[in-house]
Write a protein that binds this ligand. Sequence first.
Ligand code: F0G
Length: 353
Amino acid sequence: MRWPGLLEAYKEYLPVTKDTPKLTLNEGNTPLIKLERLSIEWGVELYVKVEGANPTGSFKDRGMVMAVAKAVEEGSKTVICASTGNTSAAAAAYAARAGLKCIIVIPEGKIAMGKLAQAMMYGAEIISIEGNFDQALKMVRNISKTEPITLVNSVNPYRLEGQKTAAFEICDQLGTAPDILAIPVGNAGNISAYWKGFKEYAETKETGLPRMFGFEASGAAALVHNRVFENPETIATAIRIGNPASWNLAVTAVEESNGQFDEVTDEEIVSAYKKLASSEGVFAEPASCASIAGVFKSLKNGRIPKGTKIVAVLTGNGLKDPDTAINSSLIKPVQLPNDEKVVAEHIQGVVLN
Ligand code: F0G
């Protein structure tokens, strides 16, 4: 059967009314892949929820389909967001689909190329500021109060409603909730949305509750240290955020679920990023790999016991950020002349190795 998209598939769980437009790019229904090698190597049962398989390549599509549909329902003509890249790609795509204007505000030089390319192609009005995400978010929050524009950052409650559907899918795919959900944390909306989703499904379908493990980048670890980071910095630009908007909701998710926040360094993120792609064939963007790096760290320091059933959320597609991939890889194309004999000799050497 053809997957109808989230608003149709989960309408009983979402604020969908008879006036909500049937907006969709057939988002959701993403794969839950078992990491066979890493599960054996680490002595756990480890799965990844591959959110990069969504139509614009990240989990943001889940929240954006709901937020943009509600904006249309409420008569809005324009949406606005601040973004480290993925939110803006999703906002621009769903606005294009719904026939709305989209304005995005991004931190100059700190968004991955694939994400910028998307916003351009979907036809957004792009404003690049000499500031970081937190500053951009403050601006758009204020501007949307006085202008006839709908804010579609995750402070818009419809965003979290849409995003909670990923927790439903995990429960359906596994049969129950996992023991632990490992998730990268930036603005802290997604961890809050997952927790809401797990709780709602547990109430109606008795699927149980996971412990929520949220991982921030060390250079942007506000929740771990319980203080704002004025100048957040990390290679994982998607989570380069120093003052998460959903701070309280995320703390509640971790406390209620007996989970934890922890931080991972850029080195740990890059190492997980490479290992995931080269040993499992799964290419996720650097920020996403904070979840895998976090699982590895927690296994080493004993905070996750052996035998645990873990789902790590891979929030965005690796292709979003080709520069980081090319710059961090040790593999470079071998340049040879256009000569079959030379190429064949080289290949024989590779096969023998
Ligand atoms: N992973 C990726 C790939 C992201 O793009 C984001 C957030 C996160 C994780 C963190 O999720 O903010 O809900 O805690 N990206 C936002 C953006 C900020 O503008 O695209 P969060």
